[in-house]
Design a protein around this ligand. Structure first.
Ligand code: C2E
Ligand code: CA
Ligand code: CA
Length: 801
């Protein structure tokens, strides 16, 4: 029943209310509506919309009415109208009115929802923002209305399940369909328990997306209750944590790898302070984390590498971000180990350095194996000597040096005499031991720098390089041959052997390695043929040279005892005063069979064998005695005695020569020691010390052969020499060669500025003397005045001068 009594109340409403009959004529309107239209109720009842609205609008209203009447259902419409120039949004609800089961009228209510429409836009915006936020956070939300049993999913829930947002109405069944079968029970139970216990829940489970892929979600749910503590609403969130799970899984994997990997890992902070190591690092280094935490990796350094090595390493890490190479570090127990290492500098997204990571592989074992292989390839396993391959490599290495220095090298081919016999009669074990012993024996005759290889059963080869003269091979070859004059002792047994040595010379015989080896081998066979235990050169002239040399060497041994040496004196003349002021003592050797031998021939050999020391003392004694005797005749002259480098380097020399002078009773101011410039320059610091000592003991010092030894002016100043003796070679052409003359002129000027005396040796002609005088060199020695002569003759020379 429609009660129109209530119409007073209806008039108070904000809603416009009307009732129309089935022909769309107004039966009733409330005051709100009449006010809106600006008419009185009487003016509207019985009329229809065509009386108040434009035709097209009235038609729309009438057709809406018709729908309500025909379909007997409620309809809702929204429309825009213009009121006082403003667009307003109007919402209209029309529903049928029944009387005794029959539709008899249409009830309409409409109201201005412009304000709500704005809110709706705001809501839409909010919804959109929320959606976005949910998408970004991978969190969707759902709501279950317990009263209406309606379920709502936000767009993100659909997306999480791999569905098009809002593509269908949310249902619990659809939800279950997307839960991983193994997790359905868990999820169901969590929800049911939470409903029963009326508390929220939190569960993480797997989902199966619509494309079949598996994801992880974390669900949270809260319930809303009415006054009777009945749940009216459940609100839940679904958080897609697949990425986190995967990352977590990745981290777990990384941690696993870190812990289990074979390579040592060390992590520092940006200040290189150690913060983490793995088990493998502990295995390699022996350090536990607590041993080294907070320290820098420098504590692992073994001291093997130079500071520059580390500097370079860090430079590369800091510029290129990483470094790789081999490092020798030290274990906790003090042992060193070789590591293949990679160091990486880690930076964060902002580019700031955060960590250094080093990855270490202990390659000590590998290196040892490599070395073993290297040894097998290059060394003889029995004697540990280089083998033929390494020998040849060394040869080629040396060739490149010799090409620069212009020196020579000798290849010695050694073959043991008697080895076959040892092997045959005593067996291979003794044979091997014999060879080891032989190798040790030969080594004793060599310098550390000589290359010594075993190239066959009882065959060895040696390289002697850096030779100025081929005769320098002699002492070594002789020592080796001599060492086998005594038996080799193996297990208490005396085994007699000998060695045959063949020698070829680079570059004289050949520059080709194979040829040189062949020649040395040939020479060795000659030795075998001619009686063994000896050495021979491949080239005959060398053998001759060597033979005569050896003869001199052996003859020298008895020369002093047999009184075969004697001295000659060459006068030294002062051109200004025209006096003989001194003489140089020069040794001569009166060989019993070969006659007179010049010092140029035997001094060098005596130096090599060391015999010069004894010979030198003999010369000194004889020369001092003669000088002393001259004084008895009233001739006070200075005697020059040549001193070789071998003498000077002998630690007893100063003492011995002083003792000679003392014994003879000759004042040292009458003794001048001549030392060649090249010798002084060879080892200037040492020579300076010795010469200063000699000078302080009262000897005069003269620098012999001056001009050939590349003195520096700085050193010349320091030398305690009173006299400089200009080398013969500059005097020879002094009157003809402008260069020589200017050199001598320069030497004289320089000597003068240093307050030193100058004497020119080798003055043979009047022209020499004239030129020297012209150059202000007033002291001379040479054939022009006299050859070296015996003391008796010298006395006469002085008396007649
Ligand atoms: P040196 O010390 O340069 O001696 C000068 C050499 O030049 C001597 O040769 C001498 O005979 C030679 N000589 C002198 N005046 C002339 C000349 O006008 N023209 C030419 N062409 N030569 C001249 P000698 O006596 O054969 O000595 C050669 C070298 O032997 C010496 O050179 C010296 O280095 C060494 N020597 C000689 N006696 C001794 C000695 O007692 N001890 C040591 N350690 N070495 C000695
Ligand atoms: Ca001299
Ligand atoms: Ca000289």
């Amino acid at each position: 029943m429609l009660k129109l009594d209530g119409k007073l109340i209806l008039n108070e409403l904000n809603q416009n209310i009307f009732v129309k009959d089935l022909h769309s004529n107004y039966l009733y309107v409330n005051a709100t509506y009449t006010n809106l239209l600006g008419v009185t109720p009487a003016e509207i009842i019985g009329k229809n919309d065509f009386d108040f609205f434009p035709k097209h609008i009235a038609e729309k209203y009438r057709s809406d009415d018709a729908v309500v009447i025909a379909k007997k259902e409620t309809i809702e419409t929204k429309e825009e109208i213009v009121v006082e120039g403003q667009i307003r949004i109007i919402r209209t609800v029309k529903k049928p009115l029944y009387f005794e089961g029959e539709i008899f009228a249409v009830l309409g209510i409409f109201w201005d929802v412009t304000q709500y429409a704005d809110q709706e836009i705001e809501y839409k915006k909010l919804q959109y923002g929320l959606n976005k936020a949910q998408a970004l956070a991978n969190i969707g939300h759902w709501e279950l209305d317990f009263v209406s049993n309606e379920l709502f999913w936000s767009d993100e829930v659909y997306r999480i399940f791999g569905l098009k947002p809002q593509s269908f109405g949310a249902t619990y069944e659809a939800f279950l369909k997307h839960i991983h079968p193994d997790d359905i029970e868990l999820v169901n139970k969590s929800y049911m328990d939470s409903v029963n216990e009326k508390i929220g829940y939190h569960v993480t489970h797997r989902i199966i997306r619509s494309d079949g892929s598996i994801g992880f979600v974390e669900e949270r749910c809260e319930h809303l209750f009415d006054d009777g503590m009945n749940i009216v609403r459940s609100i839940g969130t679904v958080h897609d944590i697949t990425k986190t799970k995967e990352a977590e899984h990745g981290l777990v994997l990384a941690a696993e790898v870190f812990a289990k990997m074979h390579d040592g890992v060390l992590i520092t902070d940006e200040n290189q302070k150690i913060i983490q190591i793995n088990q493998a690092f502990t295995n390699i280094s022996g350090y536990e984390l607590e041993d080294i935490k907070g320290k820098t990796p420098a504590m692992l350094s073994s001291g093997w590498h130079t500071n520059e090595f580390y500097q370079k390493m860090w430079e590369e890490i800091n510029t290129k971000g990483k470094w790789a190479g081999e490092v020798r570090d030290r274990r906790k127990n003090g042992e060193t180990y070789l590591a293949e290492m990679m160091i990486v500098a880690l930076r964060n997204d902002a580019g700031t350095l955060t960590n250094y990571i080093s990855i270490t592989t202990d390659i000590t074992d590998r290196k040892e194996k490599e070395e073993l292989i290297h040894n097998l390839a290059y060394f003889d396993s029995l004697t540990q000597l280089p083998n033929r391959i390494l020998f040849e490599e060394r040869f080629h290495d040396k060739v490149s040096t010799l090409k620069r220095t212009q020196k020579k090298m000798a290849i010695l081919f050694l073959d043991m005499d008697n080895f076959k016999h040892v092997n045959d009669t005593l067996g291979h074990v003794i044979g091997d031991k014999f060879l080891v012993q032989v190798a040790l024996e030969i080594k004793k005759s060599l310098r550390e720098s000589d290359t010594f290889a075993r190239v066959g059963g009882d065959e060895f080869m040696i390289i002697l390089d850096d030779l100025e003269d081929i005769t320098q091979v002699l002492p070594t070859a002789q020592r080796i041959v001599k060492s086998f004059l005594n038996p080799v002792i193996v297990e208490g047994r005396e085994l007699f052997t000998g060695v045959s040595i063949g020698i070829s010379v680079y570059p004289d015989d050949s520059e080709n390695y194979i040829e040189l080896v062949k020649y040395a081998d040939t020479a060795m066979y000659h030795v075998k043929e001619s009686g063994k235990n000896d050495f021979q050169f491949y080239t005959e002239s060398m053998n001759e040279k060597m033979t005569s040399r050896m003869k001199i060497q052996s003859n020298l041994r008895n020369a002093i005892l047999n009184n075969e040496f004697f001295l000659e004196y060459q006068p030294k003349i002062n051109l200004e005063t025209h006096t003989v002021y001194g003489m140089e003592a020069l040794i001569r050797w009166n060989h019993p069979t070969d006659g007179l031998i010049r010092p140029d021939i035997f001094i060098g050999i005596a130096e090599q064998t060391g015999q010069i020391y004894e010979i030198g003392l003999w010369v000194a004694a004889k020369a001092m005695q003669d000088t002393k005797d001259l004084q008895k005749d009233g001739k006070y002259l200075v005697v020059s005695i040549n001193v070789s480098s071998v003498q000077l380097e002998n630690e007893f020399f100063i003492n011995d020569i002083c003792k000679v002078a003392y014994d003879i009773g000759l004042d040292k101011s009458y003794i001048e020691l001549e030392i060649t410039e090249s010798h002084i320059m060879n080892n200037i610091e040492k020579a300076l010390v010795t010469l200063q000592e000699l000078s302080s003991r009262g000897f005069k010092i003269s620098i012999d052969d001056f001009g050939t030894g590349y003195s520096s002016l700085a050193y010349l100043k320091k030398l305690p020499a009173q006299t400089i003796k200009i080398d013969r070679s500059f005097v020879l052409d002094i009157d003809k060669d402008d260069d020589d003359r200017s050199i001598v002129g320069a030497i004289i000027a320089m000597a003068r500025s240093l307050g030193k005396d100058v004497i020119a040796e080798g003055s043979e002609t009047q022209e020499h003397i004239d030129t020297l005088k012209y150059l202000h060199c007033h002291k001379v020695q040479g054939y022009y005045f006299s050859r070296p002569i015996r003391i008796e003759k010298f006395k006469e020379f002085v008396e007649n001068f």
